[in-house]
Design a binder for this molecule. Structure first.
Ligand SMILES: [Zn+2]
Length: 344
């Protein structure tokens, strides 16, 4: 169902009230015939006016249109939800503190709403397959604090207690299709040592077809690519060459190059610049634990940067209809660092 929204004024004329949003959702999910989510019955269900819910004529359970969606058991009005989706998909990121003031809720409520909306964008990023000429590269967001002695102490204790390094960096692995500019960004670890040949190959096999040409830099973890893909082009950014002085003696010097014919990774470097700008300018920082959600949000917007505001809103609402997400699932620390669960 198409809705034409070009700006904020259009949004409020299409969705003037919570009732308009409920009507829109009912039309989208049921098309005029309310369907019970428990038993699937869509015949003779009636509306209880005082409670504003439907009652099933078969199993006698009460249900509403937000049951089984990410809006389930939320006390926030549906128009606030839609407006949050509208803001998150049209701005380059939207912080929970600002959203809280915009729609009049607490910051922690706004944070939960935004994380649930980001979760609807996850599938797109984790299942996307690119082909043709692709570039891949890795980036590290955040900085390692060196002069803060208290934090250094905490980092040492953390390493001792958890047998791994403190999460000061968010390591992202990105792939871009050079002609369609579609991207995939995946979190793969917490420091520079985390990119192994296995992880690099796993992510490339998952997101790139085998007939593709892969451009990378000279990172040693990419050396197994030629065995699995059509071709592998390496741009050697840092090279050491021997040169001769006038008096005949030789010396070694470093040569930096970023492009060699059609071999380069500048497309994905451009993506990293935008991603780092989003973190610095909009969110200031995001945690290692939730980093993948922010990558999903970023790549969702990037891959649809020519789409209209209305289409973005409709697509997120579509994805939100068959998911139920709880705070517990979002906030739990499921030890994914040890189990490599984030790679699936
Ligand atoms: Zn029923």
């Amino acid at each position: 169902m198409e809705i034409s929204i070009k700006n904020d004024f259009d949004f409020f004329s299409v969705f003037p009230s919570d009732e308009a949003c409920i009507q829109y959702l009912e039309h989208k999910r049921w098309n005029g015939k309310p369907k019970c989510p428990s038993c699937g019955n869509s015949k003779d269900n009636w509306f209880i006016t005082t409670r504003k819910v439907y009652k099933c004529s078969d199993c006698r359970k009460q249900f509403s249109v937000i049951q089984g969606t990410i809006f389930q058991s939320s006390k926030i009005g549906l128009r606030s939800w839609f407006y949050s989706i509208f803001l998150l998909t049209t701005y380059p990121g939207y912080p929970s503190t600002r959203l809280a003031k915009r729609i009049g809720v607490q910051q922690r409520t706004a944070w939960l709403m935004l994380q649930k909306i980001r979760e609807t964008m996850r599938d797109e990023n984790s299942k996307k397959v690119l082909s043709g000429i692709v570039e891949c590269d890795e980036a590290y967001l955040g900085s390692k604090p060196r002069r803060d002695l208290r934090l250094q102490k905490r980092m040492t204790e953390y390493k001792r207690d958890n047998d791994r390094e403190y999460e000061h960096l968010k390591a992202a692995f990105g792939i871009i299709d050079r002609y369609s500019s579609q991207i995939v960004i995946r979190k793969f670890g917490w420091n520079r040592n985390c990119l192994t040949t296995d992880i690099a190959l796993h992510l490339l096999k998952k997101h790139v077809t085998t007939i593709s040409t892969v451009n990378t830099d000279e990172h040693p973890s990419y050396f197994r690519i030629p065995q699995h893909f059509h071709s592998h082009h390496v741009i050697r950014k840092n090279r050491f060459v021997n040169r001769t002085r006038k008096n005949g003696t030789t010396y070694k010097t470093r040569v930096t190059s970023y492009v060699d014919g059609k071999t380069h990774v500048n497309g994905i470097e451009n993506v990293w610049k935008h991603l780092q700008d989003m973190e610095k300018a909009v969110y200031k920082q995001f945690s290692y634990k939730h980093a993948q959600r922010y990558f999903d949000e970023f790549s969702f917007r990037w891959n649809r940067r020519t789409a209209s505001f209305g289409n973005l809103l409709v697509e997120v609402i579509d994805n939100a209809l068959d998911k139920v997400i709880t705070y517990g699932e979002l906030a739990k620390w499921n030890n994914e660092v040890q189990t490599n669960a984030w790679l699936n």
